[in-house]
Ligand binder design. Sequence first.
Ligand SMILES: Cc1ncc(COP(=O)(O)O)c(C=O)c1O
Length: 347
Amino acid sequence: MKIVDFRSDTVTCPGDEMRKVIFEASVGDAGYDDDPSVNELESLAAELVGQEAALFVSSGIMGNIVSTLTHCRRGEAILVGDKAHIYRYEGGGFSAITGVLPYVLDDEAGVPSPESVKDACPIRNVHFAQPSLLCLENTHNDRGGLAVSPVEFQKTVEMGHDMGLAVHLDGARIFNAAAAWDVDVKEYTASVDSVQFCLSKGLGAPMGALLCGSEEFISRAKFARKMVGGELRQAGFMAAAGIYALKKNVDRLVKDHENASIAEGLLSSAGLTVESVPEGTRATNMIYFHLPESGPDSEELSRRCLDKGVLLNAMEPRRIRLVTHLDMDEKDLRRGLEVILEEVSNS
Ligand SMILES: Cc1ncc(COP(=O)(O)O)c(C=O)c1O
């Protein structure tokens, strides 16, 4: 029985073609800039997002931490959304490692409003930690995987710049946002001061993320990456998988969105409460839904589904997240949902 794994888009495993590319990769010591595959990946990434340079890091969280270390000094503040991954899901790394203070803004609409960015900047006075960085997330994971439109995104970026802040985009799934709005990813990434995007989510590579920015920013970010132990050696094996992922797996992301939309329809028509994304934003490859009080809670449902080869993410006692990805076709999706719906009604 094939496992249907809805826990995340990070669960995908390389297929035969990607494995061949990994096996045959040209490698060298990336610490000496000698790895041709890493160099090629960094150039490709920078070009795709419309920035001057890029740095291969081992994970999205490392990209966010290296970026914050590069933009900010200890004791400065960052403006960050209240449900942002950087704030809630990175083990407190931004405070423990980078020593910055978060000014937390409502990000219900995906990105904080321009007004809230303006209001959060205190007057220049020794009492107040001075913000130096605005962190945005798109797509926004905990807000239902929503994709903010390029226009709304740009308004908040501009306000950040007007207030003298650098803007960092946690674009772990920025290619999903671009696919949802059918725009070139540069519409989000060219105007920010730094962006990190992940290779190991919807793009299906085994690991890695790219931190992109100006030549000057990336040359400083290399010091921060070294400091956190992120300088890799024959990383070309993984970079080759990343190049493959960027060339082959971007255009197919719309399929994951279509599958998520099918799942949403099936869950809703079975009477479950599915979270909808706010007006003006678009759904991508995630579905969050709520379980009725009368049936099993999230943990119980996950246990039951696991016995039938279906894996879920129990986010809260009655809130479940499902994520679609390239290791799941429509047939798998429908079978997985059949199991979920059967177990929900089996109280
Ligand atoms: C929005 C966002 N940023 C960053 C990350 C962290 O990525 P990684 O798991 O590669 O550290 C994730 C992971 O799910 C994410 O959803």
